[in-house]
Ligand binder design. Structure first.
Ligand code: URP
Ligand code: ZN
Ligand code: ZN
Length: 472
């Protein structure tokens, strides 16, 4: 099956050029000057299908490198399955996710990987890879990190938060970093001082401060900056590369930027919720409403200016990429577990469907360039997590993961409008985007065409990732 995407503007991290894209089977085979003639052959007449992209952007499929489909967490399970979550991702122009396999205390890492493969296989609408959460650093899990590199799972998340659940001691973190320094893996860090936070939480509850707002108050930026600094220092001792996930505090980012300036392999990820939403407006919404936005790290104060600083670091490059940390829960029966006690609200926000649109709005609002949009949402995640040039770029030989994005289109986000995630609310209800995902191709197959979903569960394949290609 051959397809010609004709008349559009191909956007890469380095520029935007009017070009036709020729797809043969699952791969992109050529980029051509518009007009679709090659060696005298009229390609438009020769191919099986022509897709008209006139006036539209042709971009690589989005890569969301931080998702939690059906993750057991906070006494419940994230509400999107691999099937529903990846389908929602496809609707929003994301064609690859990297999800987190979870090892809890007492579990064998390789068993957890097998169970994640079983959950994802035959269910995904788009391609998927895995990171490994190492929640119990011991001899077995350390040895498994080496084995996983050969299995295409080349990044390992550790937690400095959630004592008694996932938190690793500094000694354990050091050991895992030494292992990664030896095997070439990438350490991903949830950087918050969990022990200090737990004390603040108990003190707040004792004072009767039980509403969702206090989730943010009891996880202050100092706890994030302190842990970020500690992680950077431990990584420096070991020589391991460090990718700090879901950074929300401007002070933590300043510390990351400082480390990067010394040449250390330290990277920051942020998420749309930290760029747009806030402690005051969202966590502080009336009644129990704020539970919709309980996630960790928490949304930060707009009065303190975190959001503006995050956009600035995104522009300058010290925020490396934008993922969603998609970890959805419904209000009913899930978030509601925390009525009267914010610490019992399952932590997480669902956004996998909206990341490409929300970040495109940053282009419209002149916060980032068109090229930077593609870079932080597609190309850098591919390089950061060892998938380039199979993914993240429109180039001959790459997978034909292609999104046709209409800058003249419009997207209204909300329940009953664009909502395909398995949640009974939208964290982005009422948001209006000046752009629209028109067509989504996953390895050459059109899976979203206008307002029609043409894919099916099982279209997606496991991506065996190589080592990070983004290290200095
Ligand atoms: O609130 C969050 N971030 N939930 C998902 C788990 C994690 O820490 O990434
Ligand atoms: Zn985390
Ligand atoms: Zn996460």
């Amino acid at each position: 099956m051959t397809t010609l995407v004709h008349g559009g503007t191909v956007v890469s991290s380095t520029g935007a050029i009017r070009q036709d894209v020729l797809v043969d089977g699952e791969k992109i085979v050529a980029l051509l000057a518009p007009g679709s003639k090659a060696l005298g052959v009229d390609l438009a007449a020769a191919v099986d299908v022509v897709i008209d992209a006139t006036g539209k952007y042709v971009i690589p499929g989005g890569i969301d490198a931080h998702t939690h489909m059906e993750m057991p967490f906070g006494g419940t399970t994230a509400s999107d399955s691999f099937e529903t979550g990846t389908r929602a991702a496809a609707w929003g122009g994301t064609t690859t996710i990297v999800d987190f396999v979870v090892q809890s205390h007492g579990q064998r890492v390789l068993d957890t990987v097998a169970s994640w493969h079983a959950k994802a296989a035959d269910n995904c609408a788009i391609d998927y890879g895995f990171h490994q959460i190492v929640g119990d650093v011991n001899d077995e899990s350390l040895a498994s990190m080496d084995a996983l590199i050969d299995e295409g799972i080349t990044s390992f998340k550790l937690f400095m938060a959630y004592p008694g659940v996932y938190l690793s001691s500094d000694g354990q973190i050091l050991q895992a970093m030494q292992q990664a320094a030896g095997n070439g893996g990438l350490i991903m860090m949830h950087a918050e001082n969990g022990s200090a936070i737990d004390v603040l939480v108990q003190q707040a509850l004792a004072r009767g401060e039980t509403s969702p707002y206090y989730h943010g108050v009891t996880r202050p930026w100092q706890a994030e900056q302190e842990a970020t600094h500690r992680a950077i220092m431990l990584a420096d001792i070991t020589g391991a590369p460090l990718y700090v996930v879901h950074v929300s505090a401007k002070q933590a980012l300043a510390r990351i930027a400082e480390a990067r300036n010394t040449g250390q392999n330290v990277f920051a990820e942020t998420c749309p919720q930290y760029l747009y939403l806030s402690l005051e407006e969202n966590l502080g919404a009336p009644g129990f409403e704020g539970a919709k936005w309980v996630c960790s790290t928490p949304l930060r104060s707009r009065a303190e200016g975190h959001q503006e600083e995050l956009w600035r670091y995104l522009r300058t490059g010290d925020v490396t990429s934008v993922s969603t940390d998609h970890c959805p829960f419904c209000m009913k029966d899930q978030k509601e577990m925390g009525i009267g006690n914010f610490s019992k609200i399952p932590n997480g926000i669902g956004s996998v469907e909206h990341r490409m649109d929300l970040l495109y709005q940053g282009v419209v609002d002149r916060r980032i360039s068109l090229e930077r949009w593609v870079e932080v949402c597609c190309t850098t995640p591919a390089r950061m997590f060892g998938m380039y040039p199979q993914k993240g770029v429109i180039a001959p030989g790459s997978d034909a993961d292609i999104v046709i994005y209409d800058p003249a289109g419009h997207t209204s986000i909300g329940l009953g409008k664009t909502h395909h995630m398995r949640m009974d609310y939208s964290a982005w209800e009422g948001w209006e985007i000046d752009g629209h995902v028109d067509t989504v191709m996953s390895r050459g197959k059109v899976i979203v065409d206008g307002n029609e979903y043409l894919g099916r569960a099982g279209d997606g394949r496991f991506v065996r990732r190589r080592l990070s290609q983004n290290l200095i």
